[in-house]
Write a protein that binds this ligand. Structure first.
Ligand SMILES: [Zn+2]
Length: 470
């Protein structure tokens, strides 16, 4: 077996692993690089080999940094199936066309800018893929439930296990060959933190010969859920006392539903006053509906809170804004509201309007709840920027910034190590992926010292490893 790390090696985005076994090539994940100046160039160069040579793709979950280059792969000639869970397939129906829309808008903006600046000599910017190409790629999705083995080709068997990260997220187990010459590759995908709101805990896996494990927070510990809730209550209460709004940038899929869930829980428990919460993202609105459709995948508490929300609309006034006009109307609300909008890293989307309205106001606050990759506006805010650039204008940062790490959709070091203890014996080789390099290196060290696993590697993008099996 040969593994080539095409992305998410020494960084958090662009998840894509090319596996070659017995003459068959397939991909696990086909994600987009996000954040940083070179992301676009990396995305353009990501599909280097002839996509017709790739037999199939197995997707761990719907987040764009794991799925976002599927339309490009299909547009460049891929003809196979893309296996994923049914909830992932439902989310991709929303996310891939949206991603294409963002690509098209970005290319159009680049071209306008070049036109204005007179740089005609440069080639026209083209989107990575169009909305039409994204829609066509959806025909390749092949939904398979958790815990149901499937075999795209003889000698290759896969199973999805619940990764507890977002709706439909999966750990991928791949068994190659038949006994006695059988080997198992396990790809953790993104792993959720145990006991987190909404999602179930990640499934434990007992056996792997080769393991790929994520390490987004491999060198850190999250605060407990109680501490996190107390921080959120503190941030919101202080902001409302000053007469401002609370702006929460959040991924439309996963984080938005989670934040809404925690806010509803805090209002139900009397820890927050009655609230008006705007979810200002068409994609988050659609994803919230999909979440309710797959409520059977959520944990018990999540289902009871969803029920409470239906019967307590006055106490918890949740408003989804569909049109741009509705979105603009939120600008009239100067205080006492929670505004949740995408993107989670503040690099695009309606959140930018709410930031431009609220960042210059001392009364307001911005609550950061998710990972902020290098090169994003969210990262600059977390790093304490006093001024940022929005829509070509300098905007002073006067609003208070709160970083609440405990809501992370990713397990922390303790959560990751606890998950690893589920393996009965150390895999022959463990690759630490999906983390900024230093985090991955520190997590690899933690695995070596705390679990006494010896063969632990932090690969770089483009590295290929031949593993002496199948
Ligand atoms: Zn993810």
């Amino acid at each position: 077996m040969r593994i080539e790390f095409l992305g998410a090696a020494g960084e958090v985005t662009g998840s894509c692993y090319l596996i070659e076994s017995r003459g068959t090539k397939f991909l696990i994940d086909c994600g987009m690089f996000q954040g940083g100046r070179d992301a676009h160039a990396k995305n353009l160069g990501a599909v280097r080999l002839d996509p017709r040579q790739i037999a199939f793709v197995v997707l761990s979950h719907a987040h764009i940094d794991h799925s976002g280059l599927i339309p490009r792969l299909v547009a460049l000639g891929f003809r196979g199936r893309v296996y994923c869970t049914p909830a992932t397939a439902a989310l991709l129906q929303i996310m891939l066309p949206d991603s294409a829309h963002v690509q098209e808008a970005e290319a159009a903006w680049q071209n306008r800018r070049r036109h204005v600046s007179g740089k005609f000599a440069r080639a026209d910017a083209a989107p990575l893929y169009t909305v039409n190409q994204a829609l066509l790629s959806l025909d390749h999705l092949e939904p398979v439930d958790y815990d149901r083995p499937f075999s795209p080709q003889p000698g290759l068997e896969f199973v999805f296990r619940d990764a507890g990260h977002i709706l439909g997220s999966a750990i991928v187990e791949c068994t190659i060959g038949a006994a006695p010459d059988r080997h198992r590759l396990v790809v953790s995908g993104d792993l959720g933190q145990p006991d987190r709101p909404l999602m179930r805990d990640p499934a434990r896996i007992a056996h792997a010969d080769v393991l790929l494990i994520e390490s987004t927070y491999g060198n850190r510990l999250h605060k407990t859920l109680e501490e996190t809730e107390a921080e959120l209550v503190g941030a919101i209460s202080e902001t409302f006392a000053r007469g401002g709004n609370v702006v929460i940038p959040a991924f439309a899929v996963g984080r938005t539903q989670e934040v809404v869930h925690v806010l509803a829980k805090l209002v139900r428990g009397g820890r927050l006053p009655d609230l008006t919460v705007f979810v200002d993202s068409p994609m988050a609105t659609a994803a919230s509906a999909t979440t309710l459709r797959f409520a059977r995948l959520l944990d018990d508490e999540a289902r009871s809170i969803a029920e409470w929300m239906v019967h307590n609309r006055r106490r918890f006034n949740l408003r989804f804004t569909a049109t741009v006009r509705d979105s603009m109307a939120i600008n009239q609300v100067t205080g006492g509201a929670v505004i949740i909008a995408a993107s989670g890293m503040c690099n695009a989307g309606r959140i930018l309007h709410h930031l431009s309205q609220n960042l210059p106001r001392r009364q307001s606050s911005v609550v950061i709840t998710g990972f902020q990759a290098q090169g994003t506006l969210g990262r600059r805010l977390v790093d304490g920027a006093r001024e940022v650039n929005l829509f070509g204008e300098r905007v002073p940062v006067k609003a208070r910034l709160h970083t609440i790490g405990g809501l992370s959709a990713h397990a922390d070091q303790a959560g990751l190590l606890a998950w690893l203890t589920g393996f009965r014996k150390a895999p022959r080789r463990t690759f630490v992926v999906h983390g900024e390099r230093q985090n991955s290196i520190e997590f690899a060290d933690a695995i070596r010292t705390k679990l006494r696993w010896t063969d632990v590697i932090v690969p770089s993008r483009g590295d290929a490893h031949d593993i002496g099996c199948a």
